[in-house]
Design a protein around this ligand. Structure first.
Ligand code: PGA
Length: 259
């Protein structure tokens, strides 16, 4: 298990309107703050909720992330949001390349341009990659990961922004079917190799996402070199989210938190 604090990201997708998002945070703020003693937490609510949640959490170390951003800095792009606006609203992180966004037409090149916009604003991208079921069955996982990462890695050659990659197999998102330890370890090794072949000097922080629950998180953290998790459905319910975070900490840490 990584000696660093596990990095846990909640991806609320289109599931919590502003008032619900704000109540979730207000109701559980005390416990969330305790959890951050031993883990790093990033909440990714919908766009409208970023600023109010940032205001509510800015006396804590809990960070806000967006779920997507424009590949453009400004211009006639109705309905889009720039990296600068996300920064002004208090976002320190932003998911890019999530499978659900790729499914709407985001290409690897567009995702790379989003990374460039975010890096320029000092926002840390969370670069989501992963193969679909057909690609997995045909043994194409490694080449898909390389293809998805290549254009984005170019933007990390001379930046202090950390490279955070979320490996999220499409077949595991929202299906209740999580990856096995051995399959995850293979994907991790391949991502490390891809990054070093691309000339990256920094080691990427790699998260796993896809049907993460308490048991999956505990097992994968104990048996692989994963640095944390990107959690969708299970992050909507505070008790489930808390159990996942606690399951990543090890028994001693839980005792310390309870005392
Ligand atoms: P899930 O979603 O945890 O509901 O599978 C993960 C994600 O889409 O980031």
């Amino acid at each position: 298990m990584s000696p660093k604090k596990p990095l846990i990201i909640a991806n609320w997708k289109l599931e919590k309107p502003l008032n619900q998002a704000l109540s979730w945070v207000k109701d559980h703020k005390k416990e969330l703050v305790i959890l951050t003693q031993k883990s790093t937490l990033i909440m990714c609510p919908d766009l409208c909720s970023i600023y109010p949640l940032h205001k509510n959490l800015n006396d804590t170390s809990i960070a806000l992330g967006a779920q997507n951003c424009s590949e453009h800095a400004h211009g006639p792009f109705t309905g889009q949001i720039s990296a600068q606006s996300l920064k002004d609203a208090g976002a320190r992180y932003c998911l890019i390349g999530h499978a659900e966004v790729r499914a709407c037409g985001d290409t690897d090149e567009a995702i790379a341009r989003k990374a460039a916009q975010l890096i320029e604003q000092g926002i840390t991208p969370i670069v989501c990659v992963g193969e679909n079921a057909q690609e997995r069955d045909s043994g194409a996982t490694k080449s898909i990961l390389e293809k998805q990462l290549a254009p984005t890695l170019v933007h990390y050659m001379s930046t202090p922004i950390p490279l955070i990659i979320a490996y999220e197999p499409v077949w595991a998102i929202g299906t209740g079917k999580a990856v096995s330890s051995s399959e995850l370890e293979q994907a991790l090794q391949h991502i490390y190799t891809t990054c070093s072949h691309a000339g990256m000097t920094q080691k990427p922080v790699i998260l796993y996402g896809g049907s993460v629950n308490e048991e999956v998180a505990r097992e994968l953290l104990q048996t692989t070199k994963i640095d944390g998790f990107l959690i969708g459905r299970a992050s909507l319910d505070f008790q489930k989210f808390k159990k996942i975070v606690l399951s990543t900490l090890g028994e001693l840490s839980i005792l310390e938190l309870n005392s």
